[in-house]
Each structure stands twice: as structure tokens, then as C-alpha cells.
Design a protein around this ligand. Structure first.
Ligand code: ZN
Length: 131
């Protein structure tokens, strides 16, 4: 199961973060998931409930945000929002666009118990880890 291995590596990553901050537990993990990432948020949450057993994230809640799809037009250079099956430019309608977001899975924040740290969504690079 694809999502289970994602969760296992995610948990390794956030456990390392928790240890860095000397936290007793992870209370919440927030992820931003692009619709084109190939990861289904509901399957990921199910897999997380299995993968977290016996880890510092055992009682953690997983929150998933849906990332917007954005493209940059190769014709006019405009960046715009796009639909999942319709990656065209919002300004000129051209279909030659580059995907600039929507296919990523990103760790947004981790809330820890005992370490007193919450990583803000615009958190500094040092504390924000990417999957
Ligand atoms: Zn365009």
C-alpha cells in the first residue's frame, strides 16, 4: 500500500523532529496535498492510523489540506489556477502550460507535546521538513 509507506517515512521524519525539540509526543501533523500528487488524503489518514501505533505520533491527529493547482502559461507567461483535468491558461486559454503547484505533498506543521513548539505554516526552513 502506497500510502502506508508514505506514512512510515513521514512518521520517521516527524519523530526525528519531536526528538530534536525534546517533545514527549506529537499531537498533530498538518500536510498539504496536491490533487495531482497521486496521494489520496482519506487513504493517507487511514494508513496513518495504522502506521502511528507504537510511535511518538500514536495519538496524533492528521490534518490534510488540499493544495491548489497552478500553472504557468508558455504562451503569455501568466500564472493562474487550473482544474485537475484542464491545465490551461486562465488568461489566453492556451494548453501549453507548466505545472507550478498541485503535485506536491508537503509537511505544513507539526504540533508537539512537551517541547512547546508549533511550527507555523510559514515556518522557517530549518524547522519545516519536506516530504
Ligand atoms: Zn496564457
Amino acid at each position: 500500500m502506497h500510502e502506508l509507506s508514505i506514512c512510515q517515512s513521514l512518521i520517521r521524519q516527524i519523530e526525528a523532529l519531536a526528538r530534536q525539540h525534546r517533545a514527549q509526543a506529537i499531537t498533530r501533523v498538518t500536510l498539504q496535498i496536491g490533487p495531482l500528487s497521486g496521494v489520496a488524503p482519506e487513504l493517507l489518514e487511514q494508513a496513518f492510523r495504522v502506521a502511528r501505533k507504537g510511535t511518538l505520533a500514536e495519538t496524533a491527529r492528521m490534518v490534510t489540506w488540499r493544495a491548489p493547482i497552478r500553472v504557468r502559461c508558455e504562451q503569455c507567461g501568466k500564472e493562474s489556477a487550473a482544474m485537475i483535468n484542464h491545465l490551461t491558461c486562465a488568461r489566453c486559454g492556451d494548453g501549453h502550460t507548466q505545472l507550478i503547484s498541485g503535485n506536491e505533498m508537503q509537511l505544513v506543521s507539526v504540533e508537539l507535546l512537551g517541547g512547546g513548539h508549533t511550527l507555523p505554516s510559514n515556518g522557517n526552513q530549518e524547522d519545516t521538513a519536506y516530504v
